[in-house]
Write a protein that binds this ligand. Structure first.
Ligand code: AMP
Length: 192
């Protein structure tokens, strides 16, 4: 099964993505984690994206598309994956469609984790303090959320009309309540 998770930063995407991956044995493809690992390792990609990420801006599409193309070719992604953080723009979504067509695969479920902008912002500010994330400044958080509404939110309509398997999840609840709803949707998709 191939799953896509959409939702603003602070909607719980990372937490749910990890849990879905573990429960269903899917490769968890989290682009933010991949980029942070590249920064820690000091690779050329890491050096290039570090200032972009600190500012809360989006990494250029060509870099992200190349990264995903490579990642989807790895062995663990062959039996099923969950995409968390990609695509974030319309060109990325179109490139993903083309890649999946090329390799004869499809997205079985597209989740939209629904949480208001205010709740996301509060969660991110709280996380910044609790985890001492100095790059999570109020300004970077504001920029990240604006980029989501400008660039990523239009993808919801795109998937609603193109795939017909978009599932909205009311995500301003506990981790377990959200996960239970996710599981119900995945089980329905599995029997279809
Ligand atoms: P995340 O951990 O998914 O919230 O991503 C953290 C940061 O990584 C984002 O604010 C972007 O700067 C960058 N990033 C992650 N995925 C993408 C993507 N698909 N396109 C552009 N930038 C991305």
């Amino acid at each position: 099964m191939n799953v896509l998770l959409l939702g603003p930063q602070g909607s719980g995407k990372g937490t749910q993505g990890k849990r879905i991956a573990e429960e269903y044995g899917l490769a968890h493809i989290a682009t933010g984690d991949m980029l942070r690992a590249a920064i820690r390792a000091g690779t050329p990609l890491g050096v290039r994206v570090a200032p972009i990420m600190v500012a809360g801006e989006l990494v250029p599409d060509d870099l992200m598309i190349g990264l995903i193309r490579e990642r989807l070719g790895e062995p663990d992604a062959q039996t099923g994956f969950i995409l968390d953080g990609f695509p974030r723009t319309m060109p990325q979504a179109e490139a993903l469609d083309a890649m999946l067509r090329e390799i004869g695969r499809e997205l079985h479920v597209v989740f939209e984790l629904q949480v208001s902008a205010e709740a996301c912002s509060e969660r991110l500010l709280r996380r910044a303090v609790q985890e001492g994330r100095t790059d999570d400044t109020p300004e970077a958080i504001r920029t990240r959320l604006s980029r989501y509404y400008e660039e990523t939110e239009p993808l919801i309509e795109y998937y609603r009309t193109s795939t017909g398997n978009l599932v909205g999840i009311h995500a301003d609840r506990t981790i377990n309540a959200v996960f239970a709803e996710v599981q119900r949707a995945l089980e329905q998709a599995a029997v279809r």
